[in-house]
Design a protein around this ligand. Structure first.
Ligand code: NAD
Ligand code: UDP
Length: 325
């Protein structure tokens, strides 16, 4: 069901200077496409794309997706949005705006250019799920007035806008629901669990477990996620998703802490902190649809992906792994 795209395409990646977006830009450039990376550097960084800035097929546009823009392109990947709870809760009204106005502006651009448009949605649309694993047909359990709602409801509204634009204007949409993804180029101050634990373990600081650490997440390595993006984007028009992309191997947060300490050989001790409000208790993707429609499944398991991520942060911290032991 997956078509091979006819390169070179001109592709807009919003949020392209972020963690996931920069890996996507790398893959598209390597494939021979022309990439316009649009980002306002809210949580992203020029460092993530520094190696691409001189490439003749790469262009960086410093722009906020909340404002309309016209760029003639064949495809749009809409990733612009802070993704870590501490960042999306810092200015929650801005987070809603980015999700809703960003989706409206990218759908308008798709309507004007005829571009295919891809929305980076999230497992957070399932909220604190009552069914396990989470399948795409599940509508979710989200607290609409809680501290996570700016992100969860913002992403849900973006999905609504995408599907209404598909039904109303026949816009060529693709929607992916991303489950917790990690890897090199997460920012040191990102605040999500993998980067926190790795940086804490490398510097022998206490590992901060929120709550008892019995809540679960299923961690996907970034290269696997990007492969899923490309496959979804290459499906025939009319195949809209949403499609879950994630690694179904589920771990408690305590298990993640213990594995991180083991791989680094760290002296860090575990420290308990309060569990944030509405923190989902369990999360695991059902990837049957990704397997059947995209012929996709993750290849990198946590031990291997975490080792690569540790090497990235060790380099960022300016020390070899030996120093951290
Ligand atoms: P990230 O914070 O590293 O990247 C987000 C990027 O969007 C940053 O470069 C940021 O500067 C940019 N951005 C934010 N607001 C913007 C605005 N108004 N205009 C232009 N650019 C803006 O996060 P990430 O992990 O790379 O996430 C990328 C996308 O994937 C996000 O939409 C996120 O919601 C989604 N997602 C990620 C995960 C994950 O585990 N990484 C899980 C679910 C969904
Ligand atoms: N978490 C933790 N310690 C940290 C950061 C996060 O125990 O230093 C927990 C958090 O409470 C949640 C899980 O790890 O249960 C995943 O958190 P993250 O912010 O990475 O992603 P999300 O909650 O959005 O899935």
């Amino acid at each position: 069901m997956v078509n091979t795209p006819s390169s070179p395409l001109r592709i807009l990646v919003t949020g392209g200077a972020g963690f996931v977006g920069s890996h996507l830009c790398d893959r598209l450039i390597a494939r021979g496409d022309k990439v316009v990376c649009l980002d306002n550097l809210y949580t992203g960084s020029r460092d993530n794309i520094a190696h691409l800035l001189d490439h003749p097929n790469f262009e960086f546009v410093n722009h906020d997706v909340n404002h309309p823009i016209f760029i003639p392109v064949d495809q749009i990947y809409n990733l612009a949005c802070p993704a870590s709870p501490i960042h999306y809760q810092y200015d929650p009204v801005m987070t809603v705006r980015t999700n809703v106005l960003g989706a409206i502006n990218m759908l308008d651009l798709a309507k004007r250019t005829g571009a295919r448009v891809f929305q980076a949605s999230t497992s957070e649309v399932y909220g604190d799920p009552e069914i396990h694993p989470q399948v795409e047909s599940y509508w979710g359990k989200v607290n609409p007035i809680g501290p996570r709602a700016c992100y969860d409801e913002g992403k849900r509204c973006a999905e609504t806008l995408f599907f209404d634009s598909f039904r109303q204007d026949n816009i060529d949409i693709k929607v992916v629901r991303i489950f917790n993804t990690y890897g090199p180029r997460m920012a040191i101050n990102d605040g999500r669990v993998v980067s926190n634990f790795v940086v804490q373990a490398l510097t022998n600081q206490p590992i901060t477990i929120y709550g008892e650490g019995q809540q679960t997440r299923s961690f996907c390595y970034v290269d696997d996620l990007v492969e899923g993006f490309l496959r979804l984007m290459a499906t025939p028009a009319g195949f809209t998703g949403p499609v879950n992309i994630g690694n179904p191997n589920e771990f408690t947060i305590l298990e993640l802490a213990e594995l991180t300490i083991e791989l680094i050989g760290s002296k860090s001790v575990i420290e308990r902190r309060p569990l944030p409000q509405d923190d989902p208790r369990q999360r695991q993707p059902d990837i049957a649809l990704a397997k059947s429609a995209l012929d996709w499944e993750p290849r990198t398991q946590l031990r291997e992906g975490l080792t690569k991520t540790i090497a990235h942060f060790a380099a960022l911290l300016g020390k070899g792994l030996v120093d951290a032991r």
